[in-house]
Design a protein around this ligand. Structure first.
Ligand code: HEM
Length: 498
C-alpha cells in the first residue's frame, strides 16, 4: 500500500511538473494518446525501434509520446534527424541521463553522458581525437590492427582445420577488445581461444547496455529514482566494480613503472597521463583514478560490442545472401589477387565490400535510437514545440526502412549503394549509424577501418558455410531484445581455408 501511495504521489508530481513546463500537450508534435500514469509505455514493446517506426508511420516523422511522466520526442525521417542533429544540435545535444548510469558516479565523469558544455567532456573528446582517432594516429597504429586481424585469421584457420564452427560475434568481440587494450595498455586482455576473459567483458558490457535501454521506473518517474525499485542501479554497481578492478590494475602498474623511471610505452595510457590539455591546463594524471577508469570504461564499452555486432550481422547477411558473398569474393580476387594480406590502403578500391558495410549499417544499426538526448531549452522544430527537459530520440533504424528513401527496404541489397554517393559519416541523414553533430561517435574512424579490414580478411581467406543443422533452417536473423542491436542467436559459421 505504501509503495502504491509513493508511486501515485510521485506520478502526480511528475505530471504536474510536465504540465507546468509544457502547458500540457500544447503544440507538442502529434503522437499516440497517452494512458493515465503510464502514458504510452505499453506501445514500446520489446523492440522499441520497430514499435516507434510503426507509430511514426501513423503520426509523422516528428512524434511525441509520454513514457511514464517523461515527454519523449522521436525523429524518424532523414529531414527530422537533420533538424535534431544539425539545425538544433546546440539546444539538443545534452543527454537524457538514465538512472542506471549513476552507478559508481559513472554519469558524472563519462564522455557519453556529460553535457557538451562541460569542460571535461570537451577535454575527453579532444584527447580522443588527438591521441586515438586522428588519421596520423590511426596510421601509426596500423601494424597493431594488422597484427590483431592476423591473429583472428590464424584462430579461424585453426577452427577450420578442426571443422569446428566459428562463433563470429565472439571472435570479433575479442579482436576488438584486444585491439583497444593494446592501443590503450599495450597488452591483450583476452585470448581468442579462451572464452573466460572476453566472456567477462562481454557479459559486463552487455549487462550495462541492456540496463541503459530497459524501461526503468526510475527514469519513467524521476522522483522514484532514489528508491531504485528495479534494483538496476544497484546491480550495475557490482558489474562496474568488476570492470574497474581490471582498469585499476593496469593504471596502478603503469604509475609504478613511471615512478620507477621505466621506458615509456607510448600508448594511450601514457598519452593520457602526460596530457596537459585537460581542464584549465591540468593533465589527466592530476585527476583521481576514478576519472581515468571511467574514461577507459567509456572506450571499451562503446567500442567493442558495437563493432563486433556489425561484423556478425555482415556475415549473417552474406550467409543468407550467397550471391552477395560471391560478388564480394570476386571483387577481392580482382583487386587483391593472390596477395594474402589485405592492407587498409586496399579498402578504397573495394567498392562492393564498402556497399556491404553500408547496407548492414542501414538494416542493423547497433544503436538504432542513438543515445538519448535532452532539450536544454524549449525548441521549435517543424512548427512544433519540443519542451524543455523532453527526451529526444532519433530512430535511425526507421530512417533505414523509409520506403521513400529505399526501394524494398527490408531486403539486403548492397548494390543500392553502388550508384549512390552516400556514406555513414554523419553528413548524409539517410544513413546515421554513428549519429551526427557534436555528439557523433568519436570512435567512428577506428570502427570504419576495423570493420572493413576484418570483413575483407574473413572473406578473402576462407570459404564460408553454415553448420548442417542451421543450413536446413537458415540463420536465425531475429534481433536481441534491448541493448546493442545484435543477433538474438549468436551466429555459428563454418570456415574452410581457400
Ligand atoms: C557514441 C555508434 C564504435 C566510442 C556513439 C553513438 C553512436 C555510436 C550511435 C551516439 C551518437 C549520438 O548520440 O548522436 C557506434 C558504432 C560503432 C561505434 C555503430 C561501431 C560500429 C565506437 C568505438 C569507440 C566508440 C570503436 C571507441 C573506441 C564512443 C563514445 C561515444 C560514442 C565514447 C559517446 C560520445 C559522446 O556522447 O560524446 N557511438 N560506435 N564508438 N561512441 Fe561509438
Amino acid at each position: 500500500l505504501y509503495t502504491l501511495f509513493v508511486i501515485l504521489t510521485a506520478s502526480f508530481l511528475c505530471l504536474l511538473r510536465t504540465f507546468v513546463f509544457t502547458g500540457g500537450r500544447r503544440n507538442l508534435p502529434p503522437g499516440p494518446y497517452p494512458l493515465p500514469l503510464i502514458g504510452n509505455l505499453l506501445d514500446l514493446g520489446s523492440h522499441p525501434h520497430r514499435s516507434l517506426a510503426r507509430l511514426a508511420a501513423r503520426h509523422g516523422p516528428l512524434m511525441a509520446l509520454r513514457l511514464g511522466a517523461v515527454t519523449t520526442v522521436v525523429a524518424s525521417s532523414a529531414d527530422a534527424a537533420r533538424d535534431v542533429l544539425q539545425r538544433h544540435d546546440a539546444a539538443l545535444s545534452a543527454r537524457s541521463v538514465p538512472d542506471v548510469t549513476r552507478a559508481c558516479a559513472y554519469d558524472e565523469h563519462s564522455m557519453g553522458w556529460l553535457p557538451p558544455e562541460s569542460p571535461r567532456w570537451r577535454a575527453m573528446r579532444k584527447v580522443c581525437s588527438a591521441e586515438l582517432f586522428a588519421p596520423r594516429r590511426l596510421d601509426a597504429h596500423q601494424s597493431l590492427r594488422r597484427d590483431k586481424v592476423e591473429r583472428l585469421v590464424s584462430h579461424v584457420a585453426r577452427l577450420a582445420r578442426e571443422g569446428a564452427p566459428v562463433d563470429v560475434g565472439r571472435v570479433a568481440f575479442t579482436t576488438m577488445l584486444n585491439l583497444l587494450s593494446c592501443t590503450i595498455f599495450s597488452t591483450d586482455l583476452a585470448d581468442l581461444g579462451d572464452r573466460g576473459a572476453s566472456g567477462v567483458f562481454k557479459a559486463v558490457i552487455e549487462e550495462f547496455t541492456v540496463a541503459v535501454a530497459v524501461p526503468n521506473a526510475s527514469d519513467l518517474f524521476p522522483v522514484l529514482a532514489p528508491l531504485d525499485l528495479q534494483r538496476l542501479r544497484t546491480r550495475l554497481e557490482k558489474v562496474f566494480k568488476r570492470l574497474h578492478a581490471i582498469f585499476d590494475e593496469q593504471i596502478e602498474q603503469r604509475l609504478q613503472e613511471r615512478a620507477a623511471g621505466e621506458d615509456p610505452k607510448n600508448d594511450f595510457l601514457d598519452s593520457l597521463l602526460d596530457y596537459r590539455g585537460a581542464e584549465d591546463g591540468r593533465g589527466f594524471n592530476e585527476y583521481p583514478q576514478l576519472i581515468l577508469r571511467i574514461f577507459l570504461q567509456d572506450l571499451f564499452s562503446a567500442g567493442s560490442d558495437t563493432s563486433a555486432t556489425t561484423i556478425e550481422w555482415m556475415m549473417a547477411e552474406l550467409l543468407q545472401n550467397l550471391s552477395s558473398m560471391v560478388k564480394a569474393k570476386d571483387e577481392l580476387k580482382q583487386v587483391i589477387g593472390s596477395k594474402q594480406e589485405i592492407e587498409e590502403s586496399d579498402i578504397s578500391q573495394l567498392k562492393y565490400l564498402q556497399a556491404i558495410v553500408k547496407e548492414t549499417f542501414r538494416l542493423h544499426p547497433p544503436a538504432p535510437l542513438l543515445l538519448p538526448r535532452q532539450a536544454e531549452a524549449a525548441t521549435e522544430i517543424r512548427g512544433y514545440t519540443v519542451p524543455r527537459g523532453a527526451r529526444v530520440l532519433v530512430n535511425v533504424w526507421a530512417i533505414g526502412q523509409d520506403p521513400e528513401l529505399w526501394s524494398e527496404p527490408e531486403k539486403f541489397m548492397p548494390e543500392r549503394f553502388l550508384e549512390k554517393e552516400m556514406d555513414f559519416r554523419g553528413k548524409n541523414f539517410e544513413l546515421l549509424p554513428f549519429g551526427s553533430g557534436r555528439r557523433i561517435c568519436p570512435g567512428m574512424p577506428l570502427a570504419d577501418r576495423m570493420v572493413h579490414l576484418i570483413l575483407a580478411n574473413l572473406l578473402h581467406r576462407f570459404e564460408w558455410g553454415l553448420p548442417a543443422d542451421i543450413e536446413m533452417t537458415g540463420v536465425d536473423m531475429s534481433e536481441k531484445v534491448w541493448g546493442i542491436l545484435g543477433l538474438a542467436t549468436p551466429l555459428q559459421a563454418i570456415a574452410k581455408p581457400i
